[in-house]
Write a protein that binds this ligand. Structure first.
Ligand code: IMP
Ligand code: MG
Length: 192
């Protein structure tokens, strides 16, 4: 059934309707602040794909897009040591207005690494837009400029956020039930 909640989700934290409204507001922020600036929206893949696409579809100012891939969480519930740049931007961002779009700012290490890299290339400006901000685990000085949702200290999944690469496709964001998911994975492995 279309409205059924995934059994691996303990409770819905952010509904599809709330995401819809929040992405409309996020696009408005871009439309208001970037008129005649031809910004570059950069998605940090893979987690930001649904968020990026939804905001992008609601942006009305002239905008270009680019992508980077960072490996930071290895799909698990705990952060790995240092974020690793797996794929770099395709275009030069020298003197460009860059809007970095990310699914979640947790420790802030991924965004810190990317911001440091960007600054070496002398962009006109860099702003950070995040779907979720998990302040409790921040170990860096990173402060997103635009936050859709401040979330509690929980492991979440859905709308781009994964657990071991699964659940990115959920249209909402929920608090993840680890016990249940581990059992499902064990079942899957046994049947291979
Ligand atoms: P940070 O570098 O610690 O800020 O973590 C950033 C990355 O970790 C994000 O881009 C996500 O891919 C991942 N991440 C952090 N918290 C969660 C979560 O609660 N669920 C799923 N992925 C998460
Ligand atoms: Mg990510």
């Amino acid at each position: 059934m279309a409205n059924q909640i995934d059994p691996r989700i303990e409770r819905v934290l952010i509904s599809a309707q709330e995401i819809e409204a929040a992405t409309t507001d996020a696009a408005k922020w871009i439309n208001t602040n970037y008129e005649n600036k031809q910004p570059v929206m950069v998605a940090i893949l893979k987690g930001s794909i649904p968020f990026f696409a939804k905001v992008l579809s609601k942006v009305t100012v002239d905008v270009q897009t680019d992508f980077v891939v960072y490996r930071s969480y290895a799909g698990n519930v705990a952060s790995v040591s240092e974020p690793e740049l797996v794929a770099d931007l395709k275009n030069d961002i020298h003197r460009r207005h860059v809007i970095v779009v990310e699914d979640i700012c947790d420790s802030g290490k991924t965004m810190e690494a990317f911001v440091n890299l960007l600054k070496k290339r002398h962009p006109a400006s860099v702003k950070l837009m995040v779907l979720c901000n998990k302040q409790a685990h921040r170990t860096t000085g990173i402060k997103p400029d635009y936050i859709c949702f401040n979330i509690p200290d929980e492991f979440i999944a859905g709308f781009g956020l994964d657990y071991q690469e699964y659940m990115r496709n959920l249209p909402y964001i929920g608090v993840f039930n680890k016990e249940l998911f581990d059992k499902e994975l064990a079942k899957l492995n046994r049947s291979k």
